[in-house]
Design a protein around this ligand. Structure first.
Ligand code: UN1
Length: 512
């Protein structure tokens, strides 16, 4: 490691400045309540954070519902778009402030933190355009003098639960789209990233003031799972959009369904890349290393499995291991421009990494590189690790699990059918890739991968906001962000309008 880590005092000051500039203030030194904002850079607490009580959460949902009913649902969509346009401007102005907070709270390296804020700006642009394009269809009616059409209407209060790893972008995908669709929002961010949430809220409140929108359109509630559970169980929350683990989704989904609410789930992935004999190995190596080791392996789109043809397996793994060697001196302070791998979010991620490597070894896996903890002396409460590559003899149980840490399992195949079977042989279905120059192979994979995202000659992570984002199977089936994902945030009404002076019944039925 070539640089020393910043101190917690320096990070606290940097966070305070960014928060104030984003319109969030009043932070105190951490009290011994345990309810504090922390930084994974040093593993130490930054500020005291007060969790929302059940009365406060109840009130937040009530205010959001009231604002929906009295103002927001009747505000024309292009005017709602104007709020999102202003938010996009403020995000451009405060890109560095928010990126600072993302680095401080999630440990992301600078360019990835800035990239995350860029996704927010992009979705605001997208949602602004969308505010004039919430199209319904018209269909030919079977009856004369009748018009058959669909119209789309706001749902009500949208509850958003987000994870630490994309603390601001996932909120913005949901919020920008939900707002132009006419909904109001109650957001419960991860308890690991309350500061970024308060900064986003501050900017959105400023945008509301600037354009004359009601501030009640957005509420933040802070806390752990009990606070999220209130959103899950409250019948006033029309749609619950939740990002996190499969386990979380398995609890949330049935509870929301039991009250006939709507759910949009974006859960874990176990993303794989098939690397075929014809692959451009330069692309394959770069694509693999960024997708597997970027964000310290903590994206839901992180590449966790490489399925490589046996003829090129040794060559490819040697090159990947070589590239990982270049990462090793660049693990550390995420604020340093030379750093490529920042810290894991917390101790439990390190424990999970360690446990997974042990299980992989027990299944006959060979650790080719990585897995060691770094900077332990400098920051005993922070968890920096060398990204690991493990050659596996088979797709054993541990390979089928999502370990939220930088471990890349390498498996080999002989026929494309075999590769596809391995690829689809896990319960998650988020993102997938094939590296090949054979068009037939690429097309076969595009059709056969059972994931929500299927790429050719590009890694599994780093999706653009223009497409619909999400996955199948245990990943939950939800779609967020671009394309027609907006439909999840609205309800559809089918309308038949009779402009004739007869009342013909459908299907030719005669009655009275
Ligand atoms: C996530 O990790 O929760 O495709 C979202 C990507 C990012 C979003 C990841 N645009 O990697």
């Amino acid at each position: 490691m070539m640089t020393t880590l910043p101190t917690t005092a320096q990070l606290t000051e940097r966070a305070r400045t960014a928060l104030e500039r984003c319109g969030a203030s009043g932070f105190e030194a951490p009290a011994p309540t345990g309810q504090s904002a922390r930084t994974p850079i040093t593993g130490e607490p930054l500020f005291d954070i007060a969790y929302s009580t059940s009365a406060e959460t109840d009130q937040a949902i009530g205010t959001a519902q009231e604002t929906f009913r009295t103002v927001w649902r009747d505000t024309p969509a292009p005017q709602r778009g104007n709020l999102v346009r202003r938010l996009g401007e403020l995000l451009r102005e405060h890109k560095d402030d928010l990126a600072d907070l993302v680095t401080i709270e999630a440990g992301k390296i600078r360019s990835e933190a800035a990239g995350e804020v860029q996704e927010m700006i992009d979705i605001c642009d997208f949602a602004l355009g969308l505010s004039r394009q919430l199209y319904g269809r018209t269909m030919p009616s079977e009856r004369p003098g009748h018009r058959l059409m669909e119209t789309w209407h706001p749902l009500g209060v949208v509850g958003i639960i987000t994870a630490f790893n994309f603390p601001v972008a996932v909120w913005s995908w949901n919020t920008a789209v939900a707002l132009v669709c006419g909904n109001t929002i109650v957001w419960k961010p991860s308890e690991l990233s309350p500061l970024t949430a308060l900064a986003c809220h501050g900017l959105l409140m400023r945008a509301c003031q600037d354009v004359g929108a009601p501030m009640g359109v957005h509420q933040v509630v802070l806390g752990e799972r009990e606070v999220g559970a209130r959103l899950v169980d409250d019948p006033r929350v029309a749609l619950l959009s939740a990002t996190g683990s499969v386990r979380m989704g398995q609890q949330v989904g049935p509870r929301v369904a039991a009250r006939m609410g709507r759910c949009l789930l974006e859960l874990g992935g176990n993303n794989a890349a098939v690397i075929a004999p014809s692959a451009d190995l330069d692309l394959a190596v770069r694509g693999t290393v960024f997708a597997a080791a970027g964000t310290a392996g903590q994206r839901c789109t992180t590449l966790r499995r490489v399925i490589v043809h046996e003829d090129i397996a040794d060559q490819l793994t040697d090159r990947i291991v070589g590239a990982y060697g270049q990462l090793r001196p660049r693990i550390g302070d995420p604020f340093d421009d030379d750093t490529l791998v920042g810290p894991l979010i917390a101790e439990r991620a390190h424990t999970a990494l360690h446990g997974a490597l042990e299980r992989a070894a027990a299944d006959g896996g060979r650790v080719l590189t990585g897995g060691e903890r770094c900077l332990e002396k400098e920051a005993p409460d922070a968890y920096y690790v060398e990204p690991a590559v493990v050659r596996m003899p088979s797709q054993s149980e541990i390979v089928c699990e999502e370990t939220f840490a930088p471990i890349l399992y390498v498996l080999t195949y002989r026929t494309l059918d075999e590769a596809i079977e391995l690829h689809n042989g896990v319960t998650q279905g988020l993102s997938s890739a094939i590296f090949t120059q054979d068009q037939r192979e690429a097309e076969r994979f595009l059709a056969a991968s059972d994931c929500g995202i299927v790429n050719v000659n590009i890694g599994t992570s780093g999706a653009e906001i223009g497409g619909a984002f999400g996955g199948e199977k245990d990943t939950g089936g939800g779609r967020e962000s671009g394309s027609d994902a907006w439909r999840a945030y609205m309800r559809r009404a089918t309308n038949t309008v009779n402009y004739s002076d007869e009342l013909p019944l459908a299907q030719g039925v005669n009655f009275l």
